[in-house]
Write a protein that binds this ligand. Structure first.
Ligand code: 75Z
Ligand code: MG
Length: 215
């Protein structure tokens, strides 16, 4: 049967990128998605904004919700100092299998913990299972209707503390209206919109950065 789009993305990485060179993995995926087939990676334009937020926060522990093929996982992990790591949650086992290979090709597997499962099931176990006290940065890029419930769950589990930064992809396209309304109106968050475009297109999209101010 036909290969899947994630399998074709992995093939582009394995033929065009250099093992152990994260930037070449990022460039190979962006080239494939711009010139061959669109795919729902955060992409180069929004990816540069993601990079600037990671550099600004200098996180020790990062949570990524929604791994897909591992493109943003590699973008984040390549900027982390030794000892820092990103825990990335993926619901779809086929996506997870591809992401593991993309992350391995980039040589960043020591900085990444890829977990397969539903965010709602895993978030309550994060402290116990990974010894996480609180996340310094959370990148939300999974099912758009899960952004708000998972943010509330992270708060309830004490995984968001004063200074934690939430960075949400796709707040315009496909859109996360209930999440936006919550973080923009809550006295506990200081929110800022970074206007950009939907990956590899001219359509508007953007990232919302929300800093938790404490209770
Ligand atoms: O659906 C998206 N992303 C989500 C994938 C995912 N990968 N993993 C999960 C997961 C992971 C743990 C989970 N736990 C519970 N649900 C979960 C879902 N979800 C997405 C869609 C678009 C898009 C825009 C315009 C279009 F015309 C069509 C599509 C653009 C984007 O940048 C996206 O990120
Ligand atoms: Mg996205």
């Amino acid at each position: 049967t036909r290969t899947s789009r994630p399998q074709r993305i992995l093939k582009a990485v394995q033929t065009k990128a250099t093992v152990g060179d994260p930037q070449s993995v990022i460039t190979a995926i962006d080239h494939f998605c711009r010139h061959r087939e669109w795919a729902m990676n955060v992409g180069d334009e929004k990816g540069s904004i993601l990079d600037s937020v990671v550099n600004e926060v200098s996180p020790v522990t990062v949570l990524e919700l929604g791994t897909y093929c591992g493109y943003s996982t590699v973008r984040i992990a390549r900027l982390l100092p030794p000892g820092a790591c990103v825990i990335t949650l993926e619901f779809n086992p086929d996506y997870a299998a591809i992401a593991r290979q993309v992350i391995k090709w980039s040589g960043l597997e020591d900085k990444v913990q890829l977990v397969e499962g539903a965010s709602g099931d895993w978030i309550p176990w994060m402290k116990e299972h990974f010894g996480v006290q609180a996340f310094d940065l959370v990148f939300l890029d999974h099912w758009k209707e899960r952004y708000l419930p998972d943010t509330k769950l992270l708060e309830e589990c004490g995984l968001i503390q004063k200074g934690t930064v939430l960075l949400a992809d796709n707040v315009i396209c496909p859109g996360t209206p209930d999440y936006l309304e919550y973080v923009r109106n809550s006295p506990h968050y200081n929110s800022q919109y970074y206007r950009s475009h939907l990956e590899y297109t001219k359509a508007e999209d953007g990232l919302e950065k929300s800093v938790f101010l404490g209770y």
